[in-house]
Design a protein around this ligand. Structure first.
Ligand code: ARG
Length: 574
């Protein structure tokens, strides 16, 4: 809406169409190194019209009403370089500043979007591998909600299946000690003890197997024990979510157990569509295009040779549930890259069965690994996966220390609160600012640095603007709606950047990539730094001061809003 490049494209399109004698011509407007924007639309047109691009560009140049918008120059072989009028930019900034949404429009096509993220497993430690899905998923939820979609968060926890026999029996054996044992959060030890006993103790193994049967026949006592396992695990990960400021609550739990009753129906419905085949005693579907290493067709197994339903059957039931009960238009699976083939095959089978027809879509929002300094998967000193809760606690501790160093004058309670925001922000931002599909190296020093592309740098830029207003002793809202004067180069660069915010939110959503937004916020903070170095805000004449405060205010609001979309708080003092 406020994006100058889009507004320019809207202005140029009719001229291009008239000159070309065609409808739907793209003026191909891009940022320019030589001006504010360039329009390259004459180049593709030249081919189809068989005319020199320069002639087309010249005709467009003559056909556009430039008054009030800016000036354009023709460049070889047929670009238009456009420089906007300062007054036009200033009016746009004023409109954005007067808008609570900072120019971000709501979507014209609201959808119901399911976001499947976090998904830890019951009675297993929630570890560093869940960091990425949790923070990426949470950020996508916030962006989708901002633009007006109905978002259904689903925490697809691993809460069903054969291991629950041994886990429940282990719980029974612990007797009255059990809550103490699980409450300390040492879930991996719980799991390991149970599986070791399953291996070595025949009697225990027999009980565990009987317990699986009891669980699957919904025996009330067994279900009660199972529920206590789920609840205690939930307490543990809710602790992590709370510290991180993640939106997930118990109401969002939609674990594998939910889909269990639907599994027979999945088989029946696949059979009814004629897709079910038998292969090596198992019941399978062959989605076209999937082959194994030998080039043989690869089956999706929905019932094993032993008669058991699989993770794939469960995910097919889950697709049905999301489509038919939830009414999802789009389903996002924020799940690690290793599950790519599993999900692609599930989606393909769901499409074959007619459960997932376009425009309804399922998308695997995949991500890479968190690596240690040796560029191998991040491990704790003892070689175990790093516990999520330990990482979050350390982030908070380090954040508090960093803030204490930076500003020893802050009262202690504020230091804790701000430090928490900085530590958690640093952790989330380090994750979100890497292109999600790539691996990244986990590095405390770097993520907590107040320089560079980090949350503390952005938070500091925001706090610094807040402090300008405290010193100026004027209301933040006072200049909203007044066009600033755009005279100096850094003012212009900052204003143009602010105006790009809505497009960036759109792009981040288009690619399901919060990292786009991070890059933008870093550029915005850098533009602000340059502006602040070259353009005095408080020590200048009244008129300039008023104008520059308008730029300061709108910059701080975009920073706060953008960080908010990443799930990061922006303290007003640091
Ligand atoms: N609980 C699974 C795991 O830890 C992730 C679930 C992802 N979602 C899904 N619908 N399969 O691997």
């Amino acid at each position: 809406m406020a994006d100058p490049l889009e507004l320019l494209a809207d202005r140029l399109r009719p001229a291009f169409e008239r000159v070309a004698g065609l409808a739907g011509v793209d003026p191909v407007v891009r940022p320019s190194e030589h001006a504010d924007a360039q329009a390259n639309g004459a180049l593709p047109l030249a081919k189809s019209l068989g005319r020199p691009p320069r002639d087309i560009a010249a005709e467009v140049l003559a056909a556009v009403e430039w008054e009030g918008l800016g000036t354009a120059e023709l460049a070889e072989p047929g670009f238009l370089n456009i420089t906007f009028d300062a007054g036009w930019i200033a009016e746009l900034v004023a409109a954005v500043a007067a808008d609570d949404r900072l120019g971000v429009a709501t979507t014209a096509t609201p959808q119901t979007v399911v976001v499947d993220y976090s998904a830890p497993n019951v009675a297993k430690e929630i570890h560093i591998g869940h960091l990425r899905t949790t923070v990426i998923g949470d950020s996508l939820v916030r962006m989708l909600e901002l633009v007006g979609h109905t978002v259904v968060r689903e925490n697809h926890i691993g809460d069903w299946g054969r291991p629950f026999g041994m886990l429940i029996e282990h719980l029974v054996d612990l007797g009255s000690d059990r809550s103490a044992s699980m409450a300390v959060g040492d879930l991996d030890a719980f799991y390991k003890t149970a599986s070791a006993q399953f291996e070595h103790d025949e009697d225990f193994a027999t009980r565990a197997r009987a317990r699986v049967v009891a669980l699957q026949s919904l025996d009330p006592e067994t279900i009660a024990l199972w529920r206590s396992l789920v609840e205690q695990s939930a307490t543990h990960w809710n602790d992590v979510y709370g510290k991180l400021g993640v939106l997930l609550t118990d109401d969002d739990i939609a674990g594998e157990s939910r889909y269990w009753v639907l599994l027979p129906e999945v088989l029946e419905r696949l059979d009814a569509t004629g897709l079910l085949e038998e292969s090596d005693g198992a019941q399978v579907v062959f989605p076209p295009g999937f082959t194994n290493r030998e080039g043989q067709p690869l089956p999706l197994i929905v019932r094993s040779q032993a008669g058991a339903f699989t993770y794939a059957t469960s995910d097919l039931a889950c697709v049905l549930d999301r489509v038919e009960r939830v009414g999802a238009d789009t389903m996002l699976y924020v799940v690690g890259a290793p599950q790519a083939q599993h999900l692609a095959m599930v989606f393909a089978v769901a499409e074959m069965a007619g459960w997932l027809r376009p425009p309804r879509a399922a998308v695997h929002v995949a991500f890479g690994n968190v690596l240690g300094p040796d560029r191998k998967m991040l491990k704790s000193r003892s070689g175990e996966p790093v516990r999520f809760v330990d990482v979050v606690d350390e982030a908070i501790e380090r954040g508090v220390a960093a803030v204490g160093d930076k500003n020893p004058e802050l009262p202690e309670a504020e230091q804790r609160a701000v430090g928490h925001a900085v530590g958690v922000g640093a952790l989330k931002y380090a994750d979100l600012s890497t292109d999600r599909i790539r691996d990244y190296v986990f590095d405390w020093e770097r993520m907590l640095s107040f320089d560079g592309n980090t949350a503390p740098y952005l938070q500091y830029a925001h706090a610094r603007i807040c402090s300008i207003f405290r010193r100026a002793d004027v209301e933040r809202t006072s200049g909203r709606g007044h066009p600033p004067t755009i005279a100096e180069v850094p003012e212009r660069a900052l204003a143009m950047r602010v105006l790009g915010y809505p497009s960036v939110v759109g792009e981040a959503l288009e690619r399901w990539s919060p990292h786009r937004l991070c890059t933008y916020l870093f550029e915005l903070a850098s533009d602000f730094t340059t502006f602040y170095e070259h353009c005095p805000v408080l020590r200048t004449d009244d008129e300039t001061r008023r104008s520059r405060l308008v730029l300061c205010d709108v910059t701080a609001r975009v920073l706060e809003d953008g960080l908010g979309l990443l799930g990061i708080n922006a303290p007003t003092r640091m």
